[in-house]
Ligand binder design. Structure first.
Ligand code: SF4
Length: 106
């Protein structure tokens, strides 16, 4: 219980007010305009990646941005699967950022 309280306090130091109870550690991003539709991501991580009718992939349940990119916040437990998807992408259009540090991991 103590650890949970410490984590909550730590999260509240971040300038985010809408996700206090569902804080996700990483931001998954897809540069969809530059996706070549090879389907590797959907093969590697089918719970998170799917192929659309236009031949490009989509992040399942993502937020679509005005610039054509897609993004989804993910938990630590879903990092490895999406890291594998990013590693499999031949044109490097899948990115993962650590939300707390701002570090672009890939
Ligand atoms: S692996 Fe990369 S290029 Fe291939 S469909 Fe997925 S995002 Fe697009």
């Amino acid at each position: 219980m103590t650890e949970e309280n410490q984590e909550t306090v730590s999260e509240q130091t971040q300038p985010q007010s809408t996700e206090q109870t569902t804080e996700k550690k990483y931001k998954l991003e897809h540069n969809r305009p530059d996706c070549i539709g090879c389907a590797a991501c959907a093969a590697v991580a089918p719970d998170f990646w799917t192929m659309d009718e236009d031949g490009k992939s989509d992040i399942v349940g993502c937020k679509k941005r005005d610039d054509g990119w897609e993004e989804l916040d993910i938990d630590e437990k879903n990092y490895a699967e999406n890291r594998d998807a990013a590693d499999s992408c031949p044109v490097n259009v899948i990115h993962i950022t650590d939300k707390k540090t701002g570090e672009k991991i890939i």
